[in-house]
Write a protein of this length. Sequence first.
Length: 199
Amino acid sequence: MIQSLDVTQGILQQKATYNSWLSQQVQAKAARRDCEAISVRAAKVFQDLVNTQKVEDLQNTYLVTADQVVMFEGCIREKPEDDAQARRFIQSYSGASARTIGSCVCTSIAGGNFSEGIDVAEVYFKPFPDDLADKLIEEGSVLQCAGGLMVEHPLVAPHVDRVVGSMDSVMGLSRQMMLHLLIMAAEPRSPPPPERGQR
């Protein structure tokens, strides 16, 4: 059973049966030095929140937490704060590219083992009309996406020139990375080395 959070549930459904028992929003607005550290730190915050909850039937339970930020022209972008910021974000992608940095932390609830990883992808856009932003904002979903980036949206997809990396990574969670991390988290821990002087 895989526990999932927020919008990553749509991707996780394709690979595992899961029981979504917690959905919490965490604001990650503190001072940050680099986008990879931001993403991993946010995922670990999610993990800490979930670890405070009571979970039954832990034997085959794995906690998957993930977060994503968008890097554009050297600036880190998270979810738009309002319509105006979403409009600026979306219009800036016309004829340009944006990089997505996603993190994932997988934890064996029963054993306590965990593994973490980072996956990076880049999206290149064709020029598109400014009113595309208005149409997406009217629908509302872009306000829930890092950088207002929704490459899978039917209105956006025709304007994508190419994607370097996997589409699921751009959408928020690389399935290949997640499965690799789950395998690592499932491996039994090695016993600690004996203390000096002990046999």
